[in-house]
Design a protein around this ligand. Sequence first.
Ligand SMILES: Nc1ncnc2c1ncn2[C@@H]1O[C@H](COP(=O)(O)OP(=O)(O)OP(=O)(O)O)[C@@H](O)[C@H]1O
Length: 588
Amino acid sequence: MADQAFQVDLRGVVDLLSRHLYASPRVYLRELLQNAVDAITARGDGGGRVRVETGGGALRVHDDGVGLTADEVHTLLATIGRSSKRDELGFARHDFLGQFGIGLLSAFLVADEIEVVTRSARGGDAVRWTGRSEGSYRVEPGERDEPGTTVTLRARPGAGELLSPPVVAELARTYGSLLPIELTVDGARVTGAPPWKEPHPDPAARRRALEAYCEELYGFVPFDVVDLDVAEAGLSGVAFVLPQPVAPTARAAHRVYLKRMLLAEGVEGLLPEWAFFARCVVDAGELRPTASREALYEDELLDATRDALGEALRQWLVTLAQTDPPRLRGFLRLHHLGVKAMALHDDDMLRIVDRWLEYETSAGPMTLAEFRRRHPDGRFTTSVDEFRRLSAVAGAQGVGLVNAGYVHDAEIVERLPAIDPDIAMARLDAAELATTFGVLDPSTELALRPFLAAAQRAVERLGCEVVVRDFDPASLPALFLSSRDAQFREELTRAKERAGELWADVLGAVGASAGIDRPQLVLNHRNPLTRRITALGDGGPVDVAVQALYGQALLLGHHPLRPADTAVLNRSFIGLLEWAVHTPEGDQ
Ligand SMILES: Nc1ncnc2c1ncn2[C@@H]1O[C@H](COP(=O)(O)OP(=O)(O)OP(=O)(O)O)[C@@H](O)[C@H]1O
């Protein structure tokens, strides 16, 4: 028995295409334009015109391309999935836009009947092919003098809008305005050269034209325009640098043309992720579309292209640093996050960050390079809270401090030796600040002994050690210092409680050698209030006052509050209230 061919009801296939392949029925015009351009390419004698005509509820697309012979009409237009544009291996033939053999079907998204009148440039008579959406077609002699093809669609009920003159004109402009042929809609020319290839009298004029193009497309005047060229991918175009900061998580969408036909306006993944500060418009001859022709096909070439485009943007930045530092600073103010992300892997970017990006420091905002010049022995903090807490104290003591608490900052500072091995910036160990606090003179120290003993008792249970020092700023009554060493020791204590005897001994030995180093509550003798508290006599509220200073120092430093801390904070507050409003005994 002979093999039978499948019978396919086109309505099911078209339904499938419209639901799952194409984002919108608007693509029908793109597919018709694509076929017309491919036919012109196939004819191969240069020139070529495509005329689109609207009116009377119908759409006509005329091309002076290669056309089809009667035989070709039977094989190509009657078989879904049959394309004349693939070679035996199934790869897309390089010059064509189409390759899958389903494009023409998309016309059924808007019409129930497609008519193709065609005459082959290779000879033979004109042929008329009429296909219907339920799957039947008819071939008969057609009328046409010149080689080429005319496709006619009549709007199906409900699809009239999509074939109306203004919508057709808009669709033709959207998809086809960069096509390398002459495209007209009802006589009006739609096509022109890509704006980045248009000739201009001088660079300033070109720049103004591209800015205007960006404003028309995206609604913003770009911070800068970067030319893009990736020979491998046959790609050219421009990147517009955004004039506003954007969230790095916002997916950057680019306008991509393939062989001068618009692929989509919102193509993702064209640039490396860090380059979220740029929007591109590019045309590529070698990149491949997915079957829906709405996204780029992920392959090695796209990978390599992405890298090359990233390199172009990186080069732009390096050049800006060399030629126009004020503009570079302006750029960094907007897009420091992207640049910092680059600096994690790229030495040139790291140099730019080091030289040009301003950081918060204890001596005001300045670049890391400037900071190192002023404070060869400076320190950095790895959290914003720690910086806020300690910068005034550090500054007052001549210890330079950089806030490296924001995203990527600590890693960046730690990576600086990659660009200069002599750069060594250490993390701040909060306890080291205490050692540079001014000590009191011996007689004051002696006089404070009884107070210190009482103060120590008041916070003993909280695992903290009280010291009195003399430091700036005088407005700060007390400071809580938890050194990493101290945290290490706390961890040890906890581990010891968990571990068995054997390990406890080993850990104990480690602990002993680490020295006694508890978190410190440093009371500031330069602060008038603190000074009055240290002078409180036996009957005074030393307990609650010291606990209140402890609580306040914790809050000020954004330290996490343990349940015991919260309890002490409450108790001291109530205690102080009682002192404030207590009734002298005689009045009762
Ligand atoms: N305007 C035209 N002039 C000449 N041949 C055409 C024209 N339109 C369609 N054809 C022929 O019909 C075939 C099928 O067209 P269809 O649009 O379905 O697929 P395709 O363009 O090959 O691929 P794709 O699915 O990627 O668009 C084409 O390969 C081409 O040979």
